[in-house]
Design a protein around this ligand. Structure first.
Ligand SMILES: O=c1ccn([C@@H]2O[C@H](COP(=O)(O)O)[C@@H](O)[C@H]2O)c(=O)[nH]1
Length: 236
């Protein structure tokens, strides 16, 4: 896999658009993230071009279903060549354990990534959902549950990445979306800059709109990649 730690969220409706944009950014990327919009629209074709280009795919389907269904979906995602695949940590112990076992049995080429608390949720949203904990504590609880089932990679916000690093130790891979220059620009509520996310312990940052919608997407990706590399060097 590339040494890059920037993951581009290729949130497009159209495969050709996703391919063109991602290939232009490829020198600055570790992986490309294929999410719900592209996968629901295009199915397996959503990944084919990336496989051909040697660009590893983070398949962000956030699986959340009964264990047997998730297990079978993991098997299919591995067959499509996904290098990382997301499941919701809130799906419970058995679902998480079976997802991990299935990926291992299918050749261990795909890492199961547990999504903890979505970066679009804040304290008030959790209260509304009946969760009697702050996002930080809830993310820690879900991550621990997943870790104990064998999951070793996690999506969390930059706001709790340091907490998760302490909770899970150095072997965990921590991936943070919610990368923004400032709070309040859109639906992302628990945010930080790429530099801060990595300085606090993130291994990868996921960035979509700030690159996709930039006047010069390649320059935006190059600058984020540079910030991530500097923050990683500063941590060493
Ligand atoms: O908690 C989460 C989990 C996944 N995402 C995904 O990451 C990208 C972020 O894109 P931006 O345009 O930079 O907001 C997007 O595809 C989400 O589905 C997340 O944001 N938060």
């Amino acid at each position: 896999m590339s040494t890059g730690r920037l993951i581009f969220a290729a949130d497009f409706a159209d495969v050709d658009e996703a391919r063109r944009a991602s290939l232009a950014l490829q020198p600055h990327l570790g992986l490309v993230k294929i999410g719900l919009e592209l996968f629901v629209g295009a199915g397996p074709q959503a990944l084919a071009w990336a496989r051909e280009a040697g660009l590893p795919v983070f398949l962000d389907l956030k699986l959340h279903d009964i264990p047997a269904t998730v297990e079978r979906a993991v098997d299919r995602a591995v067959a499509l060549g996904a290098r990382m695949l997301t499941v919701h940590a809130g799906g419970g112990k058995e679902m998480l354990a079976r997802a991990v076992r299935c990926a291992e049995a299918a050749g261990d080429t795909c890492t199961i990534v547990a999504v903890t608390v979505l970066t679009s949720l804040d304290d008030a949203d959790l209260t509304e959902l009946g969760v009697d904990a702050k996002p930080d504590a809830h993310a820690r609880r879900l991550a621990r549950l997943a870790f104990d089932q064998g999951v070793r990679a996690f999506v969390c916000s930059p706001e709790e990445v340091a907490t998760l690093r302490v909770e899970l130790g150095p072997t965990a891979t921590l991936i943070t979306p919610g990368v923004r220059a400032a709070k309040g620009s859109d639906d992302q509520k628990r945010v930080a800059t790429a530099r801060d996310a990595v300085a606090r312990g993130a291994d990868y940052v996921v960035v979509g709109r700030p690159i996709r919608d930039a006047v010069d997407p390649v320059a935006a990706a190059a600058s984020l990649d540079q910030s991530v590399r500097e923050a990683l060097a500063g941590r060493a």
